[in-house]
Design a protein around this ligand. Structure first.
Ligand SMILES: [Zn+2]
Length: 84
């Protein structure tokens, strides 16, 4: 795994997280983001009116992708084949 960029090391905050995060998936209560600099995945949820960020791995990013996928420019969001 790539080393985290300084912004991810510090941790995302507020609604946008940090400037290099791009939205991967949008759900009703949870959004997933990926950092353009270090490819780290993050999930953002809302709890009590406060945005809560947690780091997730790529597999979790797929599992959590309950909403509409936002296709990245040239990085297809492949599904693993079941049972392999
Ligand atoms: Zn980063």
């Amino acid at each position: 795994m790539n080393p985290s960029c300084p912004a991810c090391l510090a941790g995302p905050t507020s609604i946008e997280g940090h400037a290099d995060l791009t939205v991967r998936t949008v759900g009703s209560t949870l959004l997933t983001f990926q950092c353009r600099r270090c490819q780290r995945n993050w999930a953002r949820s809302m709890q009590g009116g406060i945005f809560t960020w947690k780091p997730i791995d790529a597999q979790s990013a797929r599992t959590l992708a309950m909403g509409t996928a936002v296709p990245p420019r040239s990085d297809p969001f492949d599904e693993p084949s079941p049972g392999s």
